[in-house]
Design a protein around this ligand. Structure first.
Ligand code: PNS
Length: 159
């Protein structure tokens, strides 16, 4: 069966930073599940279905990558799906505290579940979905932030 891992997130919308982590995870592990959080508490700019569709387009060609929506606790979803590790990208030191807190919470909830952090590519250190949304809404160029295949769809929605 091999190692099955999850790259969880909001992906609202997907950026080059996400694609970098997903691509690198797909080379390290046998199966990569990209888990799109379907969180009613947050008000995303893109629906879960839209975020999934954008991710599917942006990861086309990565044969061991599957895009899914998930609800509830990540630790429970991982257990149900036979996932052994969470893979996340770390950008700046400012990410660390929150990520560390999440990793320890998930470990407490599901002791079998590891969290693996990948150092973000220095090119994408500054990049976040909220920055992309802000730049697009104000008419800026987002072509160096999001994959070309989904660029127009993202722009159309956010502008
Ligand atoms: O892209 P984001 O918004 O930083 O992703 C956060 C995400 C989806 C990884 C995190 O919010 C999550 O795992 N949510 C599921 C609910 C959960 O399990 N919470 C408790 C442990 S953090």
């Amino acid at each position: 069966m091999g190692n099955k891992v999850i790259c969880p997130g909001s992906f609202d919308p997907v950026t080059f930073g996400h694609i970098d982590i997903i691509t690198r995870a797909s080379k390290m592990f046998d199966q990569v599940v990209v888990g799109v959080l379907n969180n009613a508490a947050k008000t995303p700019s893109f629906t879960t279905e839209e975020r999934i569709a954008l991710l599917k387009e942006a990861t086309e060609g990565l044969d061991n990558v599957e895009i899914v929506g998930f609800d509830g606790l990540l630790a429970d979803y991982a257990k149900e799906q036979g996932i052994t590790a969470i893979v996340k990208g770390l950008r700046a030191v400012s990410d660390f505290e929150y990520e560390f807190q999440q990793a320890l919470t998930n470990k407490k909830l599901n002791p079998e579940l590891e969290t693996v952090f990948l150092t973000c590519n220095s090119e994408f250190l500054y990049l976040s979905s909220s920055m992309v949304k802000q730049v697009a809404a104000l008419g800026g160029d987002i072509s160096s932030f999001v994959p070309e295949c989904v660029h127009d769809k993202i722009l159309k929605r956010l502008k």
